[in-house]
Design a binder for this molecule. Structure first.
Ligand SMILES: NC(=O)C1=CN([C@@H]2O[C@H](COP(=O)(O)OP(=O)(O)OC[C@H]3O[C@@H](n4cnc5c(N)ncnc54)[C@H](O)[C@@H]3O)[C@@H](O)[C@H]2O)C=CC1
Ligand SMILES: O=C(O)CCC(=O)C(=O)O
Length: 450
């Protein structure tokens, strides 16, 4: 433990002082891998901790673009190519005004271990820009995507670094990013996933993160003698992950009753109207306020009215809670509410949506907890299926992709369970995910020398 404390002090002194979110993610990983280090002292001899916590490469670039009124804007673009010991860098791109180097460094760091846990050969990366897509015309989105790709296309490649979607980047943006890469390089290489089907995207990729989250949760619960069938579930967010989690919950007979966006949250006690939600979010790209206007029985609570910053979503009694919006959205106060309301399981659809204090409370109260690195890994796993379909030109049916996704999520669960048994972790899947991911990356780093 002394070694880990020293590594954290070194990290804090050198580059983490202003990187609070990255430091949170680093601390969680380092503080849970002690049993692994005791069993494998070679990781200390090889100085893996210091080597794993610094990105291989962090690219910061300027993006200049012109809006519909011919006004020129400048944004910051980033790609953190964190670790490629297991395979080419892989991870999404986020367009959101909150994007900064700290957030992308944390996301890229988490992605290393998540990708390792899938058992597939991909390294970890993340990128994005502090660009706000809200209120922009389709032409402005296209121009921004073209400028983003033009600024750093020579740093990526189908065997080097493959981009994907994340907050603010869906099929439309991926199409424009891909088109610009093709224009600049004259190649149709698979340098991005979550492509529209017509451009070589995979059936099932849009649904994969949300569906995978529910497959993982169902596997976990069944192993504990429980099921989601007939149970009330709360979900935050209303984007790609949240919508497809809600869709799969309905398919397996559960009752999803909430969703949220950055302006407020909906509680619809009879179950979220999925068609209406899709219409508002995917077609109109509008606020959830319109959901409440069209569905009178639903309750809408504005963000300003949340008590002590706690999302209204987590005050609704439920059997299972799925944070699917953004990092650190579920804190101590919300965790207390969920526990008081007798929640049985919390599984993370977003990346690091639960604060360390909230996770500790869930652990103390024996609430089952599915960490993001495992529970939301279905998205990136199906991205790898997309890459493999692109290179073989052999395209899979939706059913085949979905079956592969179910197998991957179930294997992830079995691997975590085996890690729990091996290190006597008492179903602490947070520690198991960190140990398993760290071990796979560390072994690959050692094999490749210094
Ligand atoms: N799209 C994917 O395949 C994957 C996404 N993730 C993670 O899932 C989370 C959601 O991503 P997507 O659904 O893809 O993005 P998205 O852009 O489709 O949707 C994000 C949603 O979250 C909402 N949101 C953002 N900030 C919020 C806040 N403070 N409170 C409530 N709602 C808020 C937005 O209004 C939007 O509806 C992110 O943490 C992302 O990193 C993780 C694995 C894969
Ligand atoms: O499919 C991808 O590469 C994006 C996945 C991702 O960004 C994530 O898992 O958080």
């Amino acid at each position: 433990m002394e070694y880990i404390e020293q590594a954290l002090i070194r990290a804090e002194k050198s580059n983490c002082k202003s990187e609070t979110i990255f430091f949170q993610a680093l601390k969680e990983v380092l503080e849970t891998i002690q049993p692994l280090l005791e069993k494998h002292p070679e990781y200390l001899h090889q100085n893996i901790i210091d080597r794993i916590m610094v990105p291989n490469r962090a690219i910061h670039f300027k993006i200049e673009w012109m809006d519909d009124d011919n006004i020129i804007h400048v944004n910051n673009g980033y790609r953190i190519q964190f670790n490629n010991a297991l395979g080419p860098y892989k991870g999404g791109v986020r367009f959101h005004p909150s994007v900064n180097p700290d957030i992308l460094k944390f996301l890229a760091f988490e992605q290393i271990f998540k990708n390792a846990i899938t058992g597939l050969h991909i390294g970890g990366a993340k990128g994005g820009a502090d660009f706000d897509p809200k209120g922009k015309s389709d032409k402005e989105i296209m121009k921004f995507c073209q400028a983003f790709m033009s600024a750093f296309y020579n740093s990526i490649g189908a065997d080097i670094d493959i981009l994907g979607g994340d907050i603010g980047v869906g099929a439309r943006e991926v199409g424009y990013l891909f088109g610009q890469y093709k224009q600049l390089t004259n190649s149709y290489d698979s340098i991005i996933t979550s492509k529209p089907l017509a451009l070589g995207g995979s059936l099932g990729r849009t649904e994969a993160t949300g569906y995978g989250l529910i497959y993982f949760t169902q596997t976990f619960l069944e192993d504990m003698g429980e099921t989601l069938k007939g149970k009330i579930c709360t979900i935050s967010g209303s984007g790609n992950v949240a919508i497809h989690a809600i869709e799969k919950l309905y398919e397996i007979g559960a009752i999803p009753v909430t969703c949220s966006d950055s302006k407020g949250a909906i509680h619809d006690s009879n179950g979220i109207d999925l068609e209406l939600l899709k219409k508002i979010k995917l077609e109109r790209r509008a606020s959830l306020e319109y959901y409440a206007l069209e569905r009178k029985k639903a309750t809408y609570v504005k963000r300003e009215s949340y008590t002590e910053g706690r999302s209204f979503v987590w005050s609704i009694p439920c059997f299972a809670a799925f944070p699917c919006a953004t990092q650190n959205e579920l804190g101590e106060g919300s965790a207390k509410l969920l526990i008081e309301n007798d929640v049985k399981i919390v599984a993370e659809g977003a990346n690091m949506p639960t604060t360390p204090e909230a996770i500790a409370l869930f652990e103390e109260n024996n609430i089952l907890f599915g960490p993001a690195k495992a529970a939301n890994a279905g998205g990136v796993a199906v991205s790898v299926l997309e890459m493999s379909q692109n290179s073989s030109l052999n395209y899979l049916s939706f059913e085949k992709v979905d079956q592969r996704l179910q197998d991957i999520m179930s294997n992830i669960y079995s691997d975590l369970k085996q890690t729990c048994d091996e290190y006597k972790l008492d179903m602490d899947l947070v520690s198991a995910a960190n140990i398993l991911g760290f071990q796979r990356v560390a072994d690959a780093m050692i094999m490749q020398g210094v």
